[in-house]
Design a protein around this ligand. Structure first.
Ligand SMILES: [Zn+2]
Length: 287
């Protein structure tokens, strides 16, 4: 019976596991298509069959958006203000993450150019404690706001977050107030803030800067909300509509302005900045 499974022709080549390096092939969690690592790199980490958007690192976003750039405030790290210990110590957790090159917290800030236009960009990193918003995220965004305001440069924040960082307790919650008060001054002076919500953008991040953009965009199928579906369902005691908290549903109901696919990200940002800078009272880069 095993004869049935024997290869009869030598012309058929199959790739055995030994021939592929570990991690070369990735299965799409949405449709099951098998994609090569190289394909994903060339196609902005989007699935060929269903356009599922895989998570991208801050560096990948930066390469996608900027023609030239530099990173700002790379070495700001959390000091564990509460000496927090639960199942593991927060200090040890931070130490482990900080060992990776270039990773200091759940956000990285860059200043650069798209074609000729200057732009400041904050990108959240979900792989760092779930993209949680702690004191470092608050501080870096606040500095980016101040810098953009002083130099009259548009600011873009790419959000990806589970919410506030529990390990920093109330200090983490204070970041909402800190960032929002900064943004209130920022937007009163005809500056431009564009937020891009990626999968997932939840909790304190949605409750503050993510929803305060002059233009709010989201990646296709991104989960966006404050509390999770189960909590809401239990609280209101009702079934929730299909696709509730997905980017497409939120666009239909006016919470966000548009869905932005990754291959259009650079050019859309460029035309948005051009559009706003053509207004009479807005002049960017004229500090
Ligand atoms: Zn897929």
């Amino acid at each position: 019976m095993t004869q049935w499974f024997r290869r009869k022709s030598n012309k058929i080549n199959t790739i055995s596991k030994k021939d592929t390096k570990e991690g070369t092939w990735i299965k799409c969690p949405n449709c099951g298509a098998v994609l090569s690592q190289n394909f994903l790199i060339e196609n902005f980490s989007c699935c060929r069959s269903c356009n599922f958007h895989f998570k991208m690192t801050p560096k990948e976003y930066v390469k996608l958006i900027f023609d030239e750039y530099e990173e700002l405030w790379e070495n700001i790290k959390s000091q564990d203000p509460l000496n927090f210990v639960a199942s593991k110590s927060y200090k040890d957790q931070l130490k482990k993450y900080n060992e990776q090159p270039g990773v200091s917290d759940a956000i990285r800030v860059f200043s650069g150019k798209i074609h000729t236009m200057a732009l400041n960009l904050c990108v959240m990193d979900f792989s760092f404690i779930g993209g949680s918003m702690g004191s470092v995220v608050g501080e870096k965004i606040s500095r980016a706001i101040t810098l953009s305001q002083t130099k009259r440069i548009p600011l873009v924040i790419i959000c990806s977050s589970g919410g506030a960082r529990m390990q920093e307790g109330a200090i983490s919650l204070m970041q909402l107030a800190k960032i929002c008060s900064k943004l209130s001054e920022f937007s009163s002076k005809t500056n431009l803030l564009i937020t891009i919500l990626t999968n997932p953008t939840m909790g304190g991040t949605t409750a503050s800067y993510a929803m305060l953009g002059d233009v709010i965009l989201a990646e296709p199928n991104a989960l966006i909300g404050f509390a999770g579906q189960r909590v809401i369902k239990q609280t209101i005691g009702e079934d929730l509509p299909e696709g509730f908290q997905k980017a497409e549903f939120l666009k239909e109901h006016g919470f966000i302005d548009d869905i932005l696919a990754r291959d259009k990200m650079k050019e859309t940002l460029f035309s948005l900045i051009n559009f706003f800078s053509s207004k009479e009272d807005v002049k960017f880069n004229e500090a």
